[in-house]
Design a protein around this ligand. Structure first.
Ligand SMILES: Cc1ncc(C[n+]2csc(CCOP(=O)(O)OP(=O)(O)O)c2C)c(N)n1
Length: 330
């Protein structure tokens, strides 16, 4: 634990993680009811990474995310109503209901987008960082991706470019040990992400992603280095995804003993226990959790009642070649 981890900071971290857990739990329930179209990729168990990193960012900083991006968006400050409506495909969603869970963006808080293309967020973050450098901004870009993304070309291209141009970008590899349903070691050659980054001149370090205080400390330091012009950095956060790959995956392919062991390392429970040891009343700890649950229940009710988008906007904001071909508006 670092000196900055006073009770106030711990409560802040706890509250942010509870909000992510509550959002995704509420969304999973709604998905089971059949009111959310398409699959959800939730990050239950991984909340410490999004939280520990994003709570070190400024509103002007940019982030990009992957297919498992609810936590990143929430921790960066994206509006809950717009996020839930987006999942439901409704008007008022951050992308007017056209993006869905895997493509949530909220530019007003620097959230440049989740991305259904594995590693797709990497070049976007690097481009954003290049723009920030060219305009002499002191903002930085942070790029979240999974361990599966390091086996795709954009990882090499993105880190190469960021290192070459000394760009203000922090790469965060959320290493949950699997790529969808496949164990990382079955598809990844060599010693892994840190060595790959080092080979391109990007210094990296590894942290326990289930220890939100450790993530907070490491991210705080690396963000400061990146912001001060030292060039790109990489953080590998080892974590565990408690749920399956998608909302329809019961994860029967996983050893139940492994999942049970992971649950004992749940970042939210760990911090709740620490808060209790540090003298925070159980009612306060539970109150934070129930406030998060109430907030998300309200967001679900709002999304259910929200109007569907007008079909006339279907081809707005997207390339219209298809629209013309299929008789839509030019
Ligand atoms: C370019 C591309 N190839 C394949 C897929 C299918 N796919 C979706 S998620 C995923 C695994 C991603 O693994 P990782 O980045 O480690 O994240 P995880 O889902 O394990 O959290 C794959 C292969 C995709 N979305 N995009």
């Amino acid at each position: 634990m670092q000196p900055q981890h006073n009770i106030r900071r711990l409560v802040e971290l706890y509250s942010a993680m509870c909000r992510i857990r509550a959002f995704e739990t509420a969304a999973l329930t709604a998905h089971k009811e059949g009111v959310i179209p398409g699959p959800l990729h939730v990050s239950i168990g991984q909340e410490g990474v999004a939280t520990g990193v994003c709570l070190n960012l400024r509103a002007s900083d940019r982030i990009t995310s992957n297919h498992r991006g609810h936590g990143h968006a929430l921790a960066k400050g994206a509006g809950v109503q717009g996020m839930m409506r987006e999942l439901f495909g409704r008007e008022g969603g951050h992308c007017r209901g056209k993006g869905g869970s895997m493509h949530i963006a909220d530019f007003s808080v620097g959230m440049l987008g989740a991305n259904g293309v594995v590693s797709g967020g990497i070049p976007i973050a690097v481009g954003a960082a290049q723009g920030l450098k060219m305009t002499k901004s002191d903002a930085i870009a942070v790029c979240f991706f999974g361990d599966g993304a390091i086996n795709r070309g954009p990882f090499l291209e993105g880190l190469n470019w960021a290192a070459l141009y000394h760009l203000p970008v922090l790469f965060v590899c959320e290493d949950n040990g699997v790529a969808a349903f496949t164990r990382t070691e079955a598809v990844t050659a060599g010693p892994g992400v840190i060595a790959r980054a080092a080979s391109l001149g990007v210094p990296g370090e590894t942290v326990d992603g289930n220890d939100v205080m450790a993530v907070d400390e490491a991210a705080g330091r690396l963000v400061a280095e990146v912001r001060s012009g030292k060039g790109p950095r990489l953080l590998q956060a080892r974590t565990y995804r408690i749920t399956g790959h998608t909302s329809t995956d019961a994860a029967a392919w996983r050893d139940p003993a492994e999942v049970a062991a992971a649950k004992t390392r749940d970042p939210i429970e760990k911090l709740a226990n620490l808060l209790s040891e540090r003298g925070v009343a159980a009612s306060e700890i539970d109150g934070i959790r129930s406030a998060a649950e109430a907030e998300m229940a309200e967001a679900v009710a709002d999304a259910k009642a929200a109007p569907w988008p007008d079909e006339a906007i279907a081809y707005d904001d997207v390339q219209d070649v298809g629209a013309v071909a299929f008789g839509g508006r030019a």
